[in-house]
Design a binder for this molecule. Structure first.
Ligand SMILES: Nc1ncnc2c1ncn2[C@@H]1O[C@H](COP(=O)(O)OP(=O)(O)OP(=O)(O)O)[C@@H](O)[C@H]1O
Ligand SMILES: [Mg+2]
Length: 362
């Protein structure tokens, strides 16, 4: 099929790399010729936005997007002519933290206590309800921990509200978690579902640095609980494609943080680590193909993000069980430039490989 992607970053690039062996063609809307996906297909440059989107729509049989910050109205307009997966309902829900929390509540999925906040007065009222410590986050557009303010005492309320620059915000109670997990799933047009194993994520300065897949010591009950939450979300939104949910593991079980209607950084390990990668499964889902097996190929997997500087990439190539993926981006502080997948048959092998790649860790 002819697949169109709104956006041309590394996610689109890895979708294309997965789509070509299945015989598909790829096209993208890009902000410049330098974006990671541009070499991987036809690129329509967004100099005049409507024009590129229109060209992509005309050139594609199915459309998907790279980011939850995609304009819902644009997706609705495209859908009149060409199917867009995931659909507008998934996008509308997942691009706003308040709507995500509302769907968690509706489906009885535990999440942090929260209040929407539109002014300093509302923030004061919200703090009385939610308690401290708490996190104030912009309702939309946040990523890599940007647009967030951790409030520990009442004298921080004014600076917290000012840091939101007047946009709608959400105050969330601070979750006392043991670790951060995520679950990636895929749902087909025919309502078939597949789930990857829960993985463990470690962040530094708000940016994901390390994923361990599968997460250690996850009981069958916990995996099933996460899959149950996920299934209710997929079905409620009529989601088609990959959906990711970020979870906190607490002493009282799983607590949902946020969702992404797309392939996710915490699933990049699946390229070498799973029988079918998250990228291939997203492509399979949106093209109406049977979904692929999500089981791990090896006992242990990990994914290290390459952030800011490329570092000693040749060191990765010297290892038989590590695979670099570079996105063709220029170096900049805090920027995701690539990732490394590690596969291992024993915990010892995993840990020695992680130690050998220490230069890539913060
Ligand atoms: N309610 C909370 N309680 C405790 N920690 C939290 C809470 N919300 C967020 N965090 C911490 O802040 C990190 C970033 O928050 P969140 O995932 O909501 O933002 P984001 O900017 O969308 O991040 P990303 O794009 O990396 O997923 C989380 O991974 C977690 O470590
Ligand atoms: Mg997050």
């Amino acid at each position: 099929m002819k697949i169109g992607v709104l956006g041309a970053g590394q996610l689109g690039r890895m979708l294309a790399i997965a789509a070509y062996p299945l015989g598909h063609q790829m096209a993208f809307t890009a902000n410049s010729e330098n974006e990671p996906s541009v070499l991987l297909g036809k690129a329509f440059i967004n100099d005049d936005k409507q024009g590129a989107t229109k060209q992509l729509t005309n050139a594609s049989e199915v459309i998907t997007y790279e980011s939850e910050n995609t304009d819902v109205e644009v997706v609705k307009a495209i859908s009149k002519k060409t199917p867009v997966y995931p659909g507008a309902k998934s996008l509308f829900t997942t691009q706003h933290r308040g709507r995500e929390k509302a769907i968690f509540d509706k489906l009885d999925i535990p999440c942090a206590p929260y209040q929407m906040v539109n002014s300093l007065t509302e923030l004061e009222q919200a703090v009385n309800k939610v308690g401290l410590p708490a996190i104030l986050k912009t309702a939309t557009e946040g990523y890599d921990g940007k647009g967030q303010f951790v409030i520990r005492s009442n004298d921080q309320l004014e600076s917290a509200w000012q840091s939101m620059n007047g946009v709608e915000a959400i105050l969330e109670g601070f979750v006392n978690f043991k670790r951060e997990l995520s679950l990636i799933a895929v749902r087909g047009i025919d309502n078939s579902h597949k789930y990857y194993p829960l993985v463990e994520n470690t962040h530094h300065n708000g940016i994901l640095r390390l994923t361990i897949a599968p997460a250690e010591n996850i009981s069958t009950k916990t995996q099933e609980q996460a899959e149950h939450y996920m299934q209710t979300l997929l079905d409620e939104m009529g989601h088609v494609g990959v959906l990711t949910i970020e979870l906190f593991e607490t002493n009282n079980g799983l607590v949902a943080n946020e969702m992404a209607p797309r392939v996710h950084n915490s699933g990049h390990w699946s390229i070498e680590g799973a029988r079918t990668s998250q990228f291939e499964n997203h492509v399979r889902a949106i093209t109406g193909s049977p979904l692929g097996e999500t089981t791990c190929l090896q006992q242990y997997c990990a994914m290290i993000n390459i952030i800011g500087k490329h570092g000693p990439v040749d060191k990765v190539l010297e290892l038989s069980n590590a695979h670099p993926h570079l996105y063709g981006k220029t170096e900049r502080k805090g920027r995701k430039l690539g990732h490394i997948t590690i596969t291992a048959n024993t915990l010892y092998e995993l840990n020695t490989t992680l130690a050998a790649l220490e230069a890539f860790m913060p």
